[in-house]
Write a protein that binds this ligand. Structure first.
Ligand code: AKB
Length: 326
């Protein structure tokens, strides 16, 4: 299959592209992003095209020229940035997806992966062990676009027979490309500050608990869902999680490795977003239908994150997350 990854320079896209290239071959996986690839590995391991998914003609050209047969559609504006520019969030997240679905219908694309998010839930949704089937009433534009995306996926599957699959991702923690513009970004930033030896000002309260997942689990979940037999899937978009912890619990775990790590809590507008999202997720449907099983708990994730970032720092290639926001 010739695969296109949109949003390939983002947090998930940059690592998923490399994982897919390892599995299916470098030339088979076209990376598309609106920034230049940040890593040499991403730039040199296969084709890269510059693309804004809201530009339908440009997307059509990439699909045609590279004879694309499957798409991992990761291009998105996240929750915090989405509140700063809701119009752009709609354009990228909804118009971009609509463009892709229409082109997929015309070009006969075999499969699409479209991530959703815990942002589809809202203040009227049960916050503990949030069920698969529940109230979707988000209060952020990002959440609105993700609910719309889920509904569009259902519609195009029913009406045109497209094979579209998705996961409601929690916060994703990773050591390669930092996330940009999400509410859960504090859980990544904290590591960078700890490794830099700089005190961190956290933008949510110490007792804020959100569901999270470490990148290796995130990559595996996308690929396992896409490879699952269609007949076993009761849902098009699944709840998924790995672990839940408070900001304070994460800081405590980091302190076991970096004893002098200092943190203060100064909640900003992102606290109000976090307060409408689940504390934990019921992902039993994913476990039953396609065998989802996360491998990383808090202790292993924190140890691996700190080791990976320390290696990057020693090699002089730690992204300047801490330096930029200092
Ligand atoms: C965000 O915080 O906006 C994202 C998400 C949970 O989808 N990380």
């Amino acid at each position: 299959m010739r695969i296109l990854v949109t949003g390939a320079t983002g947090q998930i896209g940059s690592e998923l592209t490399l994982e897919l290239r390892k599995r299916y071959g470098g030339d088979q996986v076209v990376a598309a992003g609106h920034r230049k690839p940040a890593s040499e590995a991403l730039a040199s391991s296969g084709p890269f095209v510059s693309l804004d998914v809201a530009n339908r003609d440009a997307l059509a050209q990439v699909i045609r020229e590279h004879r694309i047969e499957a798409v991992y559609h990761l291009a998105a504006v996240l929750s915090a940035t989405g509140e700063q520019n809701p119009q752009r969030a709609w354009e990228v997240n909804v118009s971009g997806l609509y463009n892709l679905l229409e082109l997929a219908r015309e070009a006969g694309i075999a499969q699409i992966f479209h991530p959703s998010s815990i942002a589809v839930f809202g203040p009227r949704t049960p916050r503990d062990r949030t069920p698969q089937d529940t109230v979707l009433s988000p209060t952020t534009m990002y959440g609105v676009t993700k609910v719309t995306g889920e509904l569009l996926a259902d519609y195009y599957a029913q009406r045109y027979g497209l094979d579209i699959r998705g996961l409601r991702y929690p916060g994703i923690i990773s050591s390669e490309t930092p996330p940009g513009g999400g509410t859960t970004d504090y859980a990544v930033e904290m590591f960078y500050y700890a490794v830099e030896g700089t005190p961190y000002t956290c933008f949510v309260r110490e007792d804020t608990m959100l569901p999270m997942m470490y990148m290796p689990d995130c990559l595996r979940s996308a690929i396992e869902l896409m490879e699952a037999p269609c007949a076993r899937l009761r849902y098009r978009t699944y709840n998924i999680t790995a672990l839940s912890f408070t900001a304070g619990e994460l800081a405590e775990e980091i302190r076991k490795h970096v004893p002098g790590f200092r943190i203060e809590y100064r909640p900003d507008f992102r606290q109000a977003i976090a307060d409408t999202w689940p504390r934990s997720i019921d992902d039993s449907a994913a476990r039953e239908d396609w065998g989802w099983n996360p491998r990383y708990g808090l202790a292993e994730m924190v140890r691996e994150m700190l080791e990976a970032l320390a290696r990057r720092k020693a090699a002089g290639c730690l992204y300047p997350v801490a330096a930029e926001s200092r």
